[in-house]
Every structure is written in C-alpha cells, then in structure tokens.
Design a binder for this molecule. Structure first.
Ligand code: HEM
Length: 214
C-alpha cells in the first residue's frame, strides 16, 4: 500500500484496515505461539494463560464499548455478541480456572491501557481493536479443531472461544464489514483505527512471546 492511501478517503475503511495490516497478519500467522496453537501442540498451562489474555482483552474492550455505546459509530456496529464472554468463561472453567482470576501479561496490560486512553479521546477508535478480534474469527475455526485434537478436548468446552460464532461466523463478519463501510470516519479517525488495529496485531505477537518467555 502506498502511504497516501492512509488518508485517501475513497478507500473503504475495511479495505484500508485489511491492506494496512496484511503484513502484520502474516507475522501473526508465523508467530511461534500461533504455530503451537494451530498444531495443537501448545502446552496446557501456556494455553490456559493465553485464554486468560483473551478474557482480559475482551472484557476490557466490551466494557469500554458498552460505556461509550451512545457514540453513533459504536451504536451502529456494536452487537450484544461482542460482549459475550460465555465461551471464554466455559473454556477457562473446563481447566478449573475462574475467568475473573485471569492474570494479564505485560503486553495485555499495555493494550488494555491503550484501549482506555482511546475510549477517552476517540471512542470510534475502539473499533480498530474490535476489527482484529472479530477478524480473527475467520481463521480461528481451524484452531478450535486442532486444539480439540491436540489437547483432547470435548466439542463443548476448552476451545469453544475459537469457534464462538459457529455457523453464524460468516454472516456476522459480513455484517461487520458492511456496517463499517457505511460509516463515515474522519481522516483522523481512520488513522486512529489503523493504528489501533496494528497495535493489536503487535500485541498478539508479544503475548505469544511473553507466554513462552522469549
Ligand atoms: C495461525 C494463525 C492464523 C491463521 C491461519 C489465520 C487465517 C486467516 C484467514 C484464512 C482469514 C480469512 C482471509 C480472507 O477471507 O480473506 C483471516 C482473516 C483475519 N485474521 Fe487471521 N489467521 C491467523 C491468526 C490471526 C491472528 C493471531 C489474528 C489477530 C488476533 C488474526 C486476525 C485476522 C483478521 C483481522 C482477519 C480479517 C482480515 C480482513 O479481511 O480484513 N488472524 N485469518
């Protein structure tokens, strides 16, 4: 992508987000921790600590989105299922863990602090974090399968988060894309969305490294 595209408002916001984070998606796919997840070879303890990071990220973002839901862009995009922590709670519960006792690694805490700052100065920017978490449902179905096989998990719990939308995944992702593209973001908001999406991808790589003590 050339740099003028970042302020080129003729590019749809979803094309802009995808193109601006393409390389980071490839890096995330290549991250050692993601490989361990995708091959089902992740250690159980590391996997549980990863679920804890996902819980903290979703809980924080969900609360901030809910607090700011009167904002027109958030009002249009945010759906009840964006706040639903049931799968993560059940998955952690399967490993005898209480979701509320989740401990954030430094990378997770840095991102939740950034989310709070964004909520205060540019609520629409919260959608940049949501974009990455929602977009990740596209590749996650196969992770659920690999994790069930590798960690010997039942269909119902342990890795349900990774297939949390089931057969509604495609429909919900298409809706997210359509609704985002119907919104008119200012150049400043577009830049903020991209920066927050990039930071989220970086965070996922850092979380993987921190869980593996690299
Ligand atoms: C082994 C790791 C991964 C694989 C194999 C994978 C695979 C995929 C696939 C197949 C798609 C759909 C592409 C399309 O339909 O155009 C996708 C989209 C996406 N993935 Fe991943 N993914 C992985 C990891 C991640 C991670 C760790 C994140 C971030 C937390 C992530 C975030 C996204 C996003 C945001 C999209 C939507 C891109 C867009 O169309 O705007 N992925 N992924």
């Amino acid at each position: 992508m050339n740099s003028s595209q970042s302020t080129e408002s003729s590019t749809s916001i979803m094309d802009l987000l995808r193109e601006s984070t393409k390389d980071l998606h490839s890096s995330a796919e290549g991250n050692q921790f993601q490989h361990l997840l995708g091959s089902g070879k992740v250690e159980k303890d590391d996997y549980c600590r990863y679920l804890q990071q996902l819980y903290v990220l979703h809980k924080t973002l969900g609360e901030l989105l809910q607090e700011r839901k009167a904002h027109p862009a958030l009002h249009k995009i945010v759906q009840d299922y964006h706040f639903d922590l049931t799968c993560l709670k059940n998955d952690l519960g399967f490993f005898n863990q209480t979701a509320e006792a989740s401990q954030a690694v430094p990378a997770t805490s840095e991102l939740t602090s950034a989310m709070s700052r964004t909520a205060a100065h540019s609520p629409a920017g919260l959608l940049g974090y949501l974009y990455v978490l929602e977009g990740s449902t596209n590749g996650a179905k196969f992770l659920a399968k690999a994790l069930r096989a590798g960690l010997n998990l039942p269909e119902t719990a342990g890795a349900s988060y990774f297939d949390r939308y089931g057969d509604k995944q495609r429909e919900r992702w298409m809706k997210f894309k359509e609704d985002m593209n119907e919104l008119e973001f200012s150049d400043e908001e577009r830049a903020e969305l991209v920066a927050n999406a990039k930071e989220t991808f970086h965070t996922f790589s850092k979380i993987g490294n921190q869980l593996l003590n690299k």
